[in-house]
Each structure stands twice: as C-alpha cells, then as structure tokens.
Design a protein around this ligand. Structure first.
Ligand SMILES: [Zn+2]
Length: 260
C-alpha cells in the first residue's frame, strides 16, 4: 500500500506546486500536499464503488450491497442481455423454445459469487463481471436451461455410467457450440467464451467461405468438433480443475456407491 501511495503523493505535490502555484512555508505546502493526496484516495474509493467504465465492480462491499448473491439480476441488465440475444438467430431459437416450455421468458436470473452457471430452472451470473461477459455466458447457459425444461438433460439415476457421461458432454458441447454461433451472428470478433477467439481465427483462415455464406449449421458442426477436442484434451472445470469426462464419471459413481 505504502509503495503505491508514495508516487501518488509526489505527483499530487507536483500538481499543487505547478498547478496552483502554491507558495508558503514547507509545513503549509506539506499540509496542502496531504489534502490533495487524501482527496485522491477518497476519489479512488468512490470510483471503485461505482461500476467501472466496462461495467465491472471491484469493491467487495459494493458487490455485497448492489449485487447480493442469490438476488435478482437488475432488470436493465437482464433486458439488455435478452434483447441482444434475440438479435442472434441461434439464441432466438433457444429463447423461443424456452418461452414455449415455460410460457414466458421470466426464468430466474440471479447473482453469483462463483462464476456463471445454469442450475435447475434458472441461471446465475458472476456479479463481478459485465454485460459482454454475461452475454457470452448466457448464450451458453440458455441451452442448458432449455434442455432442463425439455426434460432432455442427463439423468444420473436412470442412466448407466458411460451413457450418463456421454449425455452430459453432448449437452455441454452443444451449448458451447451454440454460443459460438450466436456470437458469430452478433458479429463478435472476440469473446470471453473459452476457445472462441481461437475458433474464429481457424474459421477465418480455413473456412472463410462458410462465414461469408453464413452456413451456420456447418459452422456449428465444426464448432462441436473443435469444442469436443478441447474438452477431451485441454479444458478442465473451473471449480474442480478436473477433466469434464472424469468429473461426470465421479458424479455418477457418487450416485451409485455399489457400482450399479
Ligand atoms: Zn455448460
């Protein structure tokens, strides 16, 4: 802390001396310098309590106050995210399916302190992030929500071990590929979605004809292949640090202590 304050104090003193052209005794100057420096600290604190220019909040107290875990995501954010996703053909298909299954689009959307994820009938958004990040995550999590509402999710009770793992991963890969396509349709050159930037780079290099021709179904197929390879070889769960296939095997094993 001290190390960061020292240069700021010097800079403030500089401004006071040159900007306001303050004369006076060394003590008077010192007091003025201190006033400027403490003013800067208060300003910094105030800025941390407001969302930054990119919409993120870094101040923990402010996060607890304005984005409480389990609290509903602000309507303005919710509306902005859904309105934008409804301009992407791929997400529109998913949202319309959800609307049909539920009767509306008023599914629970709540703040989380541990990332973006789907659970049961709702979706949780990382309260420390911002609209572009939430948009990227929602494009993925909405497909999980749709599958859940349609009763198409993997069932750990009724399915066999490998059948269960395959069903979980098919849904996961499908959700991620759908999110890629939705974001391509939104014209996103880059995204916080895992692997998106690399995939778009490959697509532009090797399959620019598909992009030009908006061959979305073909692109989604390529996205699935790309994502599946990542899940099999590179990507691990953020909470567990484990390979996804192994993670789901463990979930099944925990639900079937006798192995049957
Ligand atoms: Zn997922």
């Amino acid at each position: 802390m001290r190390r960061h304050e020292a240069p700021a104090r010097e800079a403030a003193a500089e401004r006071t001396r040159s900007g306001a052209r303050v004369a006076g005794t060394p003590v008077q100057r010192q007091i003025l310098d201190l006033q400027v420096a403490s003013g800067n600290r208060v300003t910094t604190l105030m800025l941390q309590r407001e969302p930054g220019p990119d919409g993120t909040i870094t101040d923990q107290d402010e996060l607890v106050k304005s984005r409480p875990v389990g609290g509903a995501v602000d309507k303005e954010y919710r509306d902005q995210i859904i309105k934008t996703l409804l301009t992407a053909e791929r997400s529109t298909t998913i949202l319309e399916a959800i609307r049909k299954l539920r009767g509306d689009l008023d599914f629970p959307l709540i703040w989380s302190a541990r990332g973006n994820f789907h659970s049961g009938s709702g979706i949780s958004l990382d309260r420390s992030k911002n609209v572009p990040t939430w948009l990227a995550s929602m494009a993925h999590e909405l497909e999980h929500l749709r599958a859940h509402l349609a009763g198409a999710s993997a069932n750990v009770t009724t399915m066999g071990r490998e059948e269960y793992v395959a069903a979980q991963m098919t849904e996961e890969i499908g959700a991620h590929a759908a999110a890629y396509v939705a974001q391509l349709q939104l014209g996103k050159a880059t995204s916080s979605s895992a692997g998106y930037n690399e995939f778009v780079g490959l697509l532009k290099k090797d399959h620019s004809d598909l992009l030009d021709g908006k061959a979305w179904a073909t692109i989604e197929g390529l996205a699935k292949d790309f994502v599946e390879k990542k899940y099999k070889t590179t990507w691990t769960g953020s909470a567990t640090g484990k390979n996804y296939y192994d993670k789901w095997r463990e979930v099944w094993d925990a639900a079937h202590p006798t192995g049957k």
